[in-house]
Design a protein around this ligand. Sequence first.
Ligand code: ME8
Length: 531
Amino acid sequence: MAEQPTYYITTAISYPNGEPHIGHAYEYIASDAMARFKRLDGYETYFLTGTDEHGQKMQQSAEKEGITPYELATRNAAAFKKVDDEVLGISYDRFIRTTDEDHYEASKAIWRKMVEAGDIYLDKYAGWYSIRDERFYNEDETEVREDGERYSIETGTPVTWTEEESYFFRLSAYQEKLLSFYRDNPSFGGPTSRFNEVIRFVENGLEDLSISRTTFDWGVPVPKDLTESETSLDHVMYVWVDALTNYLTGVGFPDTESESFKKFWPADVHVIGKDISRFHCIFWPAFLMSAGLPLPKRVMIHGFLHNAGEKMSKSVGNVVAPEAWVQTYGLDVVRFFLLREFPFGQDGSYTHDAVVGRKNSDLANNLGNLAQRSLSMIVKNCDGAIPEPGELTEADQAILAQAEKLLEISREAYQIQDFHHALERTWYVLGEANAYFADQAPWQLKKTDEARMRTVLYVTAEVVRKVALLSQPVMPESAGKLLDALGVEASGDAGATNASNTGARSFAAFGQQLTPGTPLEKPQPIFPRHE
Ligand code: ME8
């Protein structure tokens, strides 16, 4: 038997200094659809998500609440995990916390490798730091505003002057290596427009990076054994060094001989938002090159979700909790909306009307009605079982051929996380199937030509089956119900550790067809309209 292909996918790990919002949910849902797609397509998939718990921001937020950073992280990590588990149905394999013991070991191990490579040295850092962004800025990346305070121009967050002893990473030595890596791997960053921004930044030159802090202690301690002789201060790692390393910890690093590491590293894709592309496309590959480890195959940079065109922010009071959306529209509708409405790499603005539009037209009308009408007719007029089709006309063959192409189209689209395109094409074929159904008018054929009616119902149900199969990654529950209604047997558990995928139908069934004679029950509506 051929060895099963593998797929390793990660989300960014969120700062648990607050609760998850719909922007976080967007990234989880997209990554979850990606992981489910690969599982259904026969890949042994490993899906990592979690929380990024160290750093000055966490320490400061905890101080405000009068609790320890670990208490704050524990409380909010639970809130993130709960949203994954109970609200969004995210099928992750591990929820990593950067305070997990094995993560400390992994972070120290990569640090040691970078020391061994001669890429870490002790010096003094003096510059602007944004605690909210957990990021250093050059003076020319900041501006003084009317209030007399200094802010980051890019993100608008306040920066403070920071001067302390620090370890540095020789990032400047990696400019050429990175550029040549990008040239050799043009699909490393996606979408191209966002990746090009990163490349331009690197072309303009890289400075060495401060990678430790001494003015607070909430972080992974820099391993003493290598550095004691040089400093008397206690250093903790810059939060981004340990945060990025989570992707290695998740698959067993530093044990590079472990089964999981050998199987899953390098990662197939890191899914992240546009604000952290430089960390993932510049710092991370440079750290890995220094440590002598293989680089991830791809970083997919998604856009930001805005509430009716406005940036979500606590002060504006327009932050949407994922629970609220799921309660109002239903989980699968939210998942479908987010992936169908905007191309993943672009920013998206959502409104109530837009969600309801998708729910009523794409789901209730195009898919729900077609399924309901064709299946009801089958149950009523074909002895309650999938009918035997007669000879196929040109129209039958044309619509079946369109549906047949959808697996390959979806594979290509998912390969570059273009969920929007996969769904657009799938719903285009559904539109064609609706037109076919209206043209063929099986309710009239019932009076004139029952054999032809059976063929039309068979062909329609077969197109619905193919669409339902491909809808599973995006709408696991509704697509599962639809496949139940079509009498399609489940292919067993598709292998997620968290959300069980029992009831999923593997894409191996895509090229098959509905079996005539399969008994069907009276169909229940699966995609209700939003009233
Ligand atoms: O950046 N729309 O954590 P985070 C879409 N800990 N995506 C959004 C968003 C929005 N409105 N707001 C945030 C961090 N995100 C680091 C990551 S990874 C080694 C460390 C995305 O909690 C954001 O771009 O600020 C990021 O990918 C993720 O949510 C977590 O953001």
